[in-house]
Design a binder for this molecule. Structure first.
Ligand SMILES: O=C(O)CC1=CCC(=O)O1
Length: 96
């Protein structure tokens, strides 16, 4: 199942830079691992913001919840999820 996930990062302004950098590095590694596994299909920055729009490919809602709640930045993000299904006019055969 495909899901559009929009994440907006809201780190506390008083978080020490070293701590923030460590969380961001762990987040990068975790996200790149999921991208290589094909679970995190797309990762796009929303221009002009500290948000991303991502496409996840998870077995079901429970797996999506597990993937997203294990994000190192999870405690510091607002997350919106939209389940997706194939558009009947899509010409892409691999959009499943
Ligand atoms: O910077 C972000 O949008 C949050 C994030 C998701 C994956 C990653 O490496 O950073």
């Amino acid at each position: 199942m495909l899901f559009q996930v929009e994440m907006t990062v809201k780190l506390p302004t008083d978080m020490p830079t070293e701590q923030a950098d460590k969380i961001k590095a762990t987040e990068k590694s975790y996200s790149q691992d999921l991208q290589r596994q094909g679970k995190w299909r797309h990762l796009w920055r929303v221009a002009g913001s500290y948000s991303n729009v991502s496409i996840f490919d998870a077995e079901d809602n429970a797996e999506l919840q597990e993937l997203v709640s294990n994000l190192p930045l999870f405690p510091y993000m607002e997350i919106n999820v939209k389940p997706l299904c194939r558009h009947p006019s899509s010409v892409r055969e691999d959009d499943s």
